[in-house]
Write a protein that binds this ligand. Structure first.
Ligand SMILES: [Zn+2]
Length: 82
């Protein structure tokens, strides 16, 4: 007998662990993927980082399945034992 999958790719970030900053996506769309210097007069960098850690999986790219949550519950229960 084997367990069902306990983890699945995070649906919010498609398993990458990061959410791209929309301002940077627009920048690269406008510059055709060219990165200009930070203080370029025509294409200054947008504020903030290129991507943020995904809040739903805390940057890990995976989340627990229903079965995974049940295992977590069992572990918490076991840790509560003397
Ligand atoms: Zn995620």
């Amino acid at each position: 007998m084997s367990l069902p999958p306990l983890l699945r790719p995070c649906p919010s970030c498609q398993g990458t662990g990061a959410i791209p900053n929309p301002a940077w996506q627009r920048y690269f769309a406008e510059t055709h993927n060219q990165l200009y210097p930070e203080n370029d007069p025509v294409h200054p960098w947008p504020a903030g980082p290129e991507e943020e850690p995904c809040p739903d999986c805390e940057g890990r790219g995976q989340v627990a399945t229903t079965a995974g949550m049940q295992v977590l519950e069992l572990v918490r229960w076991a840790e509560g034992r003397p």
